[in-house]
Design a protein around this ligand. Structure first.
Ligand SMILES: Cc1ncc(COP(=O)(O)O)c(C=O)c1O
Length: 408
């Protein structure tokens, strides 16, 4: 296990006392807390280096540009991209997916072309494709779930066929914790010459993701779910795929030469970064990556496996608790419900224990429809969580049951 007490010293937020209790933060799948190394990197940038990038020949602007481009290199190395030219900074994973859906889809989709997704996508990897399908006449197809919350791959050979023009799917589900066999699906897509994008928002923060080993054509993630600030995300694309796409947005920074009736665009990745970018966000993300690397991705994964296994074991012992998603081999989160208690009430009562836990549809309403529930409670873990946190969670759930038993 990681030395959680020592790690927590790096996170100022854990000095907070909530409702008279130490904060126990179990909502890292929504966003993670930030270590002082990230907060200070951002603050120091504004204190000592702030200037716009790619524009000035003066010292501050050169420093700022070097820091921003160094962050791109650090992000590239983190997912083992062969070049930083493959890394486009966006606002978040959502913007990265919208970028590809628009830039690729509007250029290449024709009526009746098929876009293959899965039933477990976050709305971020569903709505952009619905919008593009509407604009282009392409159709959406889905790989559905089996009863354990895993992808039902029995009919995947029918789902990927000569009409398929794009595949996009999540690597680890934010609602069910399911780990999808993305390598297998990438290989299959490539046998049909179909480009494939991986939503790695819930995997990159927790496990080693190697884009060269996966051989995906695009991959996206968000900085704020991996100790970094909000407002910075990453689109990875193979260089030839990025080259084949027209710009998504136009403006300053993304051009070489501009006339009143035409313009010549910069090369990748800058042709996709119109306007002043989130410079401090990229610098904060680089600090977050350094922090994660200092702990080690393997150690993080192992720590979270232990936490998740313990949480499932303890939840399983409580009568009336239903756990959703696969019980084995899953990402670091557990969604569940307590019989006859609304998930929002669970979250409100747990707040009295200092436990921050999410209740809702987790931006995956089709999964809620499949589960036939309006919402679930979700505990999600990261490097600052310990087995003691789960003990408090379990005590809180038992108390919640007692409260509701006494009023019903
Ligand atoms: C699997 C998955 N994909 C995409 C997103 C969207 O991330 P963001 O809101 O940072 O764009 C999330 C956020 O919860 C997610 O869990």
């Amino acid at each position: 296990m990681l030395d959680v007490a020592k790690i927590k010293e790096d996170f100022p937020i854990f000095q907070r006392i909530i409702k008279g209790k130490n904060l126990i933060y179990l909502d890292s799948a929504a966003t993670t807390q930030k270590p002082k190394q990230v907060i200070e990197a951002i603050s120091n940038y504004y204190k000592y280096n702030n200037a716009n990038v790619h524009r000035g020949a003066y010292t501050l602007s050169e420093e700022s540009t070097a820091m921003y481009e160094n962050a791109r290199q650090i992000a590239a190395e983190f997912i083992n991209a062969s070049s930083s030219r493959s890394i486009v900074f966006t606002r978040n994973a959502t913007e990265a997916i919208n970028l590809v859906a628009n830039a690729w889809g509007l250029e290449y989709f024709k009526p009746n072309d098929e876009i293959l997704l899965t039933q477990m996508e976050h709305h971020s990897n569903l709505i952009p494709w619905q919008l593009i399908a509407k604009k282009t006449g392409a159709k959406l197809k889905f790989i559905y779930l089996d009863q354990n919350g895993k992808l039902d791959l029995r009919d995947i050979n029918d789902k990927i066929n000569k009409n398929t023009k794009f595949v996009s799917l999540v690597q680890i589900s934010n609602s069910l914790g399911t780990i999808n066999p993305v390598k297998y699906i990438i290989k299959l897509a490539h046998t049909y010459n179909v480009p494939i994008m991986i939503d790695a928002t819930q995997s990159v923060p927790h496990t080693n993701v190697d884009v060269q080993e996966l051989d995906c054509d695009f991959l996206v993630f968000s900085g704020h779910k991996m100790l970094g600030p909000t407002g910075i995300g990453v689109l990875y694309g193979k260089e030839d795929f990025l080259d084949k796409m027209p710009p998504y947005m136009g403006g300053g920074e993304m051009i070489n030469e501009v006339h009143l009736d035409w313009a010549d665009y910069r090369s990748i990745p800058w042709k996709f970064e119109a306007g002043t970018p989130n410079i401090s966000g990229a610098i904060g993300l680089a600090a977050a990556i350094k922090y994660i690397n200092s702990i080690g991705k393997k150690n993080i994964e192992q720590h979270e496996k232990t936490l998740t296994k313990f949480a499932i074991e303890e939840l399983t012992k409580i009568d009336g608790v239903e756990i959703y998603g696969p019980l084995d081999d899953r990402g670091p989160l557990v969604a569940f419900n307590i019989k006859n208690v609304h998930p929002h009430d669970v979250s409100t009562i747990l707040d009295e224990f200092g436990v921050a836990i999410r209740a809702g549809h987790h931006c995956t309403q089709p999964i809620m429809q499949w589960l036939n529930v309006p919402a679930t409670v979700r505990a999600s873990f990261y490097i600052y969580n310990s087995l003691d946190d789960i003990d408090v969670l379990i005590r809180g759930i038992k108390k919640t049951k007692e409260i509701f038993a006494s009023v019903s």
